[in-house]
Each structure stands twice: as structure tokens, then as C-alpha cells.
Design a protein around this ligand. Structure first.
Ligand SMILES: NC(=O)c1ccc[n+]([C@@H]2O[C@H](COP(=O)([O-])OP(=O)(O)OC[C@H]3O[C@@H](n4cnc5c(N)ncnc54)[C@H](OP(=O)(O)O)[C@@H]3O)[C@@H](O)[C@H]2O)c1
Length: 231
């Protein structure tokens, strides 16, 4: 059976490159995005490769997550990749935090990865690789925080780290491995043009880390070079 990956937020940025590289390697790809009709780059990839299936999925909408899980019931998913994310509030400095934007950021970056895991855990457990990968950020590390600020984004990624660490423990018995990934500082809409690496490099390096994931190092917060980021 073909190896299969499900990727959220796959219409642009790192998610789109994940689709490209896994599809190039012969994987079946469930490529999720909020608005398939406007996802031109993703649709162009899918037009050339019947193993790329495009799905409409807003991860902030639990009903859509449940609906998609029922459509894929019984189909093994080797890698569930929680990639979709938002920065939340660009001006979230002390004295200026916006509760509404903060809650939405937590919904997308923290709660949605949990809801995705809960919805697709049986698909992952039925697969060969049994892997869940979630895009975190070094900005969620307490130890790495030397500059303060960014309350909204930092807290959403620190919180998703806690979620994934618990899942790594809870899903160990089912043979499911969990990787918490920092993709580097990547040239995307979120990373900006001055970022250090392109999406192709980021995805290539994360795939190497995933290839070395085991039940023993499950739940680790990995830097882009595969080293461990302190919480
Ligand atoms: N770039 C970096 O330097 C960097 C560093 C550390 C961590 N990260 C993380 O890496 C991941 C990918 O980021 P990126 O740099 O590729 O950012 P990006 O270019 O801004 O792409 C974000 C992706 O997430 C999708 N998304 C946002 N909200 C969504 C929702 N409610 N439902 C479904 N999809 C949603 C976007 O879809 P739409 O087009 O519909 O908005 C888009 O496909 C994020 O989790 C980010 O936090 C990035």
C-alpha cells in the first residue's frame, strides 16, 4: 500500500512544499486547505499527480475536521502533519494584547492540532509509519526567549508543545510517534523575505528528522538540524 500523508494548510508556504516533496517521492497526499478554489499552486500540483487529493479544511472548524475524518474512515495515514498556523497578532506587545485575536490563535495553533489527532488517531494507528508531526516554533521555547514580546504566538506554540508531549505519552501504547518540529526561519508569508532558509531546505531537513523518529525520542521538540530544543 502507498505511504500516505495528510497535511493541513497546504496551499502555500511550508505546507505546499511538504505536498511537493512527499508527492515527488511517490506518497499519496491528502492536501488540506481552507479554500481549494483559490489554491492555484496546490491545484497545479494536483493536476499533474492523481495521488494528490485536495480537501477543503478550515482547522478552526471542528465540524469540518469531523466530516473529513468520516470521509477517510478506515484509510491508513502514515503521517498526520499539523502544519497550518497563524501568527495571530503582529503587534502583541505588552499593554496591547487583543483577547479575541489571542483566542483565535490558540484555536488554530493549539486546539486544532489536538482535534486533528483525536479525529485521525485510528487512521494513524492503522498505518505503517504511525507518525504525528506538528509544526511548533522556537518562539514557543521558554529557554530560547531572550527578546520578550510576541505574547500571542509564543504562548500558542508553547501550549501546543505541551499538548504534543502529552499525546506522545498517551499514544505510545498504540505505537504512535509524535514529532514537535521547528522548521527554521523560513521564507514564507509568515517568515518574511529576510528569513534564513527556503521552504525546500526546511522540508528536506524536517523529513530527515522524521526519518529518525522512534518511540524512544517521541515527544521531542526538534530544531531544524535534528537537535533538541529545550522547553
Ligand atoms: N516561516 C517560518 O519561519 C516559521 C517558523 C516557525 C514556525 N512556523 C510554522 O510553520 C507553519 C507553516 O507556516 P508558513 O511559514 O508556511 O506560513 P504561511 O505561509 O503563512 O502559511 C500558513 C498556512 O496555514 C494555513 N492556515 C492558517 N489558518 C488556517 C486555518 N484556520 N485552517 C486551515 N489552514 C490555515 C494558511 O492557509 P490560508 O492561505 O488559507 O491562510 C497557510 O496555508 C505554521 O504553523 C507556522 O507557525 C513557520
Amino acid at each position: 500500500m502507498k505511504e500516505t500523508i495528510l497535511i493541513t494548510g497546504s496551499n502555500r508556504g511550508i505546507g505546499l512544499e511538504l505536498v511537493r516533496q512527499f508527492a515527488d517521492d511517490g506518497w499519496r497526499v491528502h492536501a488540506c486547505c481552507r479554500r481549494p478554489a483559490q489554491a492555484d499552486a496546490l491545484q497545479a500540483l494536483a493536476a499533474d499527480n492523481p495521488d494528490i487529493q485536495v480537501h477543503a479544511l478550515d482547522v478552526a472548524d471542528e465540524g469540518q475536521i469531523r466530516e473529513m475524518a468520516s470521509q477517510l474512515q478506515g484509510q491508513p495515514i502514515d503521517i498526520l502533519f499539523n502544519n497550518a498556523g497563524v501568527y495571530g497578532q503582529t503587534d502583541a506587545w505588552f499593554g496591547n494584547t487583543d483577547s479575541g485575536k489571542w483566542l483565535y490563535c490558540l484555536r488554530v495553533n493549539t486546539i486544532a492540532p489536538m482535534k486533528m489527532m483525536e479525529a485521525f488517531v485510528d487512521n494513524v494507528a492503522a498505518s505503517q509509519h504511525r507518525t504525528i508531526a506538528t509544526m511548533s516554533s522556537k518562539m514557543g521555547s521558554m529557554a530560547d526567549n531572550g527578546s520578550g514580546g510576541s505574547y500571542v504566538y509564543r504562548s500558542s506554540k508553547a501550549a501546543v508543545n505541551a499538548v504534543m508531549k502529552s499525546a506522545a505519552i498517551d499514544l505510545q501504547d498504540r505505537g504512535i510517534k509524535v514529532a514537535i518540529l521547528h522548521p527554521g526561519w523560513v521564507k514564507t508569508e509568515m517568515g518574511g523575505p529576510n528569513a534564513e532558509i527556503d521552504t525546500a531546505t526546511s522540508v528536506r531537513m524536517m523529513r530527515k528528522t522524521l526519518s529518525l523518529l522512534t518511540l524512544s525520542n517521541s515527544g521531542t521538540f526538534f530544531d531544524i538540524d535534528g537537535s533538541v530544543i529545550p522547553w
